[in-house]
Design a protein around this ligand. Structure first.
Ligand SMILES: Cc1ncc(COP(=O)(O)O)c(C=O)c1O
Length: 391
């Protein structure tokens, strides 16, 4: 057995989920799975692709029309308008695969990657499985879960190779500003670092516009731009989690060439009909994105308002993006987020995720509001009734 894999552990979310699934009618606020189904025009395009016999091997980095559509989308919507050819877009098996292949392409054993704390644990494992070491720099609750960039600057060493950014952020819902990106790119420029930008939640953002690292990098020299690796997915924007479709953009030819080897020797390309579904998603009516976003915003507000009415948790500012709300546990829980998570399962069949899982934050828990609105209303009614001090 491989030693590295032996040391990888399954996320504690699995144990929460396993317990919830044994209950009648659980409230699934632990899960990052959108309640929406994939829009019909996307499904129809995939069915048509099957009937048209797009059932053969395709180029390993993606079919031409999809890569063209991705290039057009990132230029128009994200402002990454300097990619100089189809080679600079690589289609992947979802956002996770985009991130894993990117880290595998840039890292050597011992290289350090700066990563937010808390953060989605899967990315951390991808860095470690690529030989990298994690340098965790805390996000500040008082900055709406953004970095203090002086702290980040101080964390850079000679071994630092990359900085992971994820905005909007899982698990906090934090959103980076244009000036955050600008400062970060100056650090990257000074130390010759990659920026790996995980933009999985680009469309789930409420009061502000999504900003791509690659767009801010436009105003930097080519050698800085070339080290921005932008990872996108169809999973959340188009409710396509089960289809496993994502893409990576980076304007550096050697990166694209090596990434192609990763794709070729792992999956040799994403399922061809799925890629036609992705093409329909990008080329079709985009109103599904705004419709879903409006519902997520409504759910966020219900959850945030409800949390203001309970003594169990505190959350001072509504999250600006993604579909997660990260709340601090109150003193009665004595720094044990797991105790509160268990209390919510035992008493209300309600799921949540302890901050411990997102790197040792024992004082917070994450709720997801990707589930049905009714579940959120029921969860909030439960929390509002729970005002007793717990012994
Ligand atoms: C922060 C973040 N990045 C990337 C992903 C990747 O999603 P997928 O592999 O479904 O595209 C997820 C999924 O939950 C996520 O939360």
């Amino acid at each position: 057995m491989n030693n590295e894999l032996r040391d990888v552990i399954f996320s504690g979310i699995v144990s929460v989920r396993d317990r919830l699934l044994q209950l009648d009618d659980p409230l699934r606020l632990e899960s990052g799975e959108p309640s929406f189904d994939t829009p019909p025009h996307i499904k129809e395009a995939m069915v048509k692709a099957i009937h048209d016999n797009h059932t053969h091997y395709a180029p390993s980095t993606g079919i031409k029309p999809l890569k063209e559509a991705c290039l057009k989308k990132v230029a128009g919507k994200n402002g990454i308008d300097y990619l100089d050819g189809l080679d600079k877009v690589t289609v992947t098996n979802g956002g996770m695969h985009a991130l894993y292949c990117s880290f595998r392409t840039i890292l050597n054993p011992g290289d350090e990657v700066i990563i937010p704390q808390p953060n989605w644990t899967a990315t951390a494992w991808m860095v470690e499985l690529s030989g990298g070491s994690l340098i965790k720099v805390p996000l500040k609750a008082e900055l709406q879960y953004r970095w203090d960039l002086n702290e980040l600057k101080a964390a850079v060493t000679k071994k630092t190779r990359a900085i992971l950014v994820n905005s909007p952020h899982n698990p906090t819902g934090g959103v980076m500003t244009r000036s955050d990106y600008f400062e970060l790119l100056k650090i990257a420029e000074k130390h010759d670092l990659y920026i790996v930008s995980d933009e999985a939640y680009e469309d789930i953002i409420y009061e502000t516009e999504h900003i791509s690292a690659g767009a801010v990098a436009r105003d930097f020299p080519a050698k800085v731009r070339d080290k921005v690796i932008s990872c996108f997915t169809f999973s959340k924007s188009y409710a396509m989690t089960g289809w496993r479709l994502g893409y990576v953009c980076c304007n550096h030819q050697p990166f694209a060439d090596n990434l192609k080897k990763m794709i070729l020797y792992t999956i040799n390309g994403v399922s061809t009909p799925t890629q036609y579904g992705g093409l329909a998603a990008l080329e079709g009516d985009q109103s599904c994105i705004t419709e879903m976003r409006d519902v997520y915003r409504q759910r966020r507000d219900i959850l945030f308002d409800g949390i203001q009415k309970t003594d169990l948790l505190e959350c001072k500012t509504p999250p600006g993006g993604a579909f997660y709300l990260y709340a601090s546990i109150t003193d009665q829980w004595k720094d044990s987020a797991w105790d509160l998570v268990n209390h919510l399962i035992d008493n209300y069949s309600m799921g949540s995720v302890p901050g411990d899982i997102f790197y040792d934050d024992r004082k917070s828990i994450r709720f997801s509001y990707a589930c049905e609105t009714d579940m959120i209303r029921r969860a909030i009614a439960n929390l509002a009734g729970d005002k007793k001090p717990v012994v």
